[in-house]
Write a new protein. Sequence first.
Length: 116
Amino acid sequence: MTFDAEVVVRASGRVVQTSLYHDGHEPSAWDEQDVRAVLTLLLLAIDRAASGESTMARTVALRGLSWIVTPFDDGSAIAIEITAGSVVAGPFDIPERLLTTLISRTIAQDTAGKPS
Protein backbone atom coordinates (compact mmCIF):
# COMPACT_ATOMS: atom_id res chain seq x y z
CA MET A 1 0.00 0.00 0.00
CA THR A 2 1.34 3.41 -0.96
CA PHE A 3 0.42 6.48 1.09
CA ASP A 4 1.35 10.15 1.13
CA ALA A 5 3.26 11.93 3.86
CA GLU A 6 4.33 15.52 4.39
CA VAL A 7 7.46 16.15 6.45
CA VAL A 8 8.45 19.48 8.00
CA VAL A 9 12.12 19.73 8.96
CA ARG A 10 12.33 21.74 12.16
CA ALA A 11 15.73 23.41 11.67
CA SER A 12 14.96 24.76 8.22
CA GLY A 13 11.18 24.78 8.06
CA ARG A 14 11.54 22.97 4.74
CA VAL A 15 8.53 20.87 3.68
CA VAL A 16 9.08 17.56 1.90
CA GLN A 17 6.21 15.65 0.33
CA THR A 18 6.81 11.96 -0.17
CA SER A 19 5.06 8.70 -0.94
CA LEU A 20 5.81 5.74 1.29
CA TYR A 21 5.13 2.04 0.75
CA HIS A 22 3.91 -0.35 3.45
CA ASP A 23 4.17 -4.01 2.47
CA GLY A 24 1.44 -5.28 4.75
CA HIS A 25 -2.27 -5.33 5.35
CA GLU A 26 -4.65 -2.63 4.20
CA PRO A 27 -5.41 -0.15 7.03
CA SER A 28 -8.83 -1.64 7.80
CA ALA A 29 -7.05 -4.90 8.75
CA TRP A 30 -3.98 -3.44 10.51
CA ASP A 31 -2.51 -5.03 13.60
CA GLU A 32 0.35 -3.86 15.83
CA GLN A 33 2.99 -5.12 13.36
CA ASP A 34 1.49 -3.04 10.56
CA VAL A 35 1.28 0.02 12.81
CA ARG A 36 4.90 -0.38 13.92
CA ALA A 37 5.99 -0.66 10.28
CA VAL A 38 4.06 2.50 9.30
CA LEU A 39 5.33 4.48 12.30
CA THR A 40 8.87 3.37 11.43
CA LEU A 41 8.42 4.54 7.83
CA LEU A 42 7.20 7.92 9.09
CA LEU A 43 10.11 8.39 11.49
CA LEU A 44 12.60 7.38 8.81
CA ALA A 45 10.98 9.90 6.45
CA ILE A 46 11.70 12.65 8.98
CA ASP A 47 15.28 11.41 9.33
CA ARG A 48 15.81 11.35 5.55
CA ALA A 49 14.36 14.84 5.12
CA ALA A 50 16.49 16.25 7.94
CA SER A 51 19.76 14.51 7.05
CA GLY A 52 19.46 14.29 3.28
CA GLU A 53 20.47 10.62 3.43
CA SER A 54 18.34 7.95 1.83
CA THR A 55 19.27 5.02 4.06
CA MET A 56 16.57 2.80 5.56
CA ALA A 57 19.09 0.94 7.76
CA ARG A 58 18.68 3.02 10.92
CA THR A 59 17.29 1.48 14.08
CA VAL A 60 13.99 3.03 15.16
CA ALA A 61 12.63 3.08 18.71
CA LEU A 62 9.10 4.28 19.34
CA ARG A 63 10.06 6.50 22.27
CA GLY A 64 10.31 10.26 22.65
CA LEU A 65 7.69 11.12 20.07
CA SER A 66 4.43 13.00 20.22
CA TRP A 67 1.65 11.65 18.06
CA ILE A 68 -2.02 12.12 17.36
CA VAL A 69 -4.60 10.43 15.19
CA THR A 70 -7.15 12.74 13.66
CA PRO A 71 -10.27 12.02 11.62
CA PHE A 72 -9.80 12.80 7.95
CA ASP A 73 -12.48 12.30 5.32
CA ASP A 74 -13.72 8.73 5.84
CA GLY A 75 -10.63 7.59 7.71
CA SER A 76 -7.80 8.86 9.84
CA ALA A 77 -4.48 10.65 9.53
CA ILE A 78 -1.40 10.22 11.71
CA ALA A 79 0.71 13.17 12.86
CA ILE A 80 4.07 12.67 14.60
CA GLU A 81 6.45 15.21 16.05
CA ILE A 82 10.03 14.62 17.18
CA THR A 83 12.98 16.94 17.76
CA ALA A 84 14.08 16.82 14.10
CA GLY A 85 10.65 17.64 12.67
CA SER A 86 7.14 16.45 12.10
CA VAL A 87 5.22 14.32 9.64
CA VAL A 88 1.56 13.94 8.71
CA ALA A 89 0.41 10.92 6.74
CA GLY A 90 -2.83 9.56 5.40
CA PRO A 91 -5.67 9.39 5.06
CA PHE A 92 -5.94 5.75 6.07
CA ASP A 93 -9.14 3.73 5.82
CA ILE A 94 -9.36 2.91 9.53
CA PRO A 95 -11.51 4.44 12.28
CA GLU A 96 -9.77 7.03 14.45
CA ARG A 97 -10.50 5.20 17.70
CA LEU A 98 -9.13 1.87 16.43
CA LEU A 99 -5.95 3.45 15.03
CA THR A 100 -5.41 5.34 18.29
CA THR A 101 -5.71 2.07 20.23
CA LEU A 102 -3.34 0.25 17.90
CA ILE A 103 -0.71 2.99 18.11
CA SER A 104 -0.99 3.12 21.91
CA ARG A 105 -0.49 -0.64 22.19
CA THR A 106 2.36 -0.66 19.69
CA ILE A 107 4.27 2.10 21.47
CA ALA A 108 3.66 0.45 24.86
CA GLN A 109 5.07 -2.84 23.54
CA ASP A 110 8.10 -1.08 22.05
CA THR A 111 8.73 0.89 25.23
CA ALA A 112 8.57 -2.34 27.24
CA GLY A 113 11.26 -3.75 24.94
CA LYS A 114 8.94 -6.08 23.06
CA PRO A 115 8.39 -4.77 19.55
CA SER A 116 5.53 -6.54 17.83
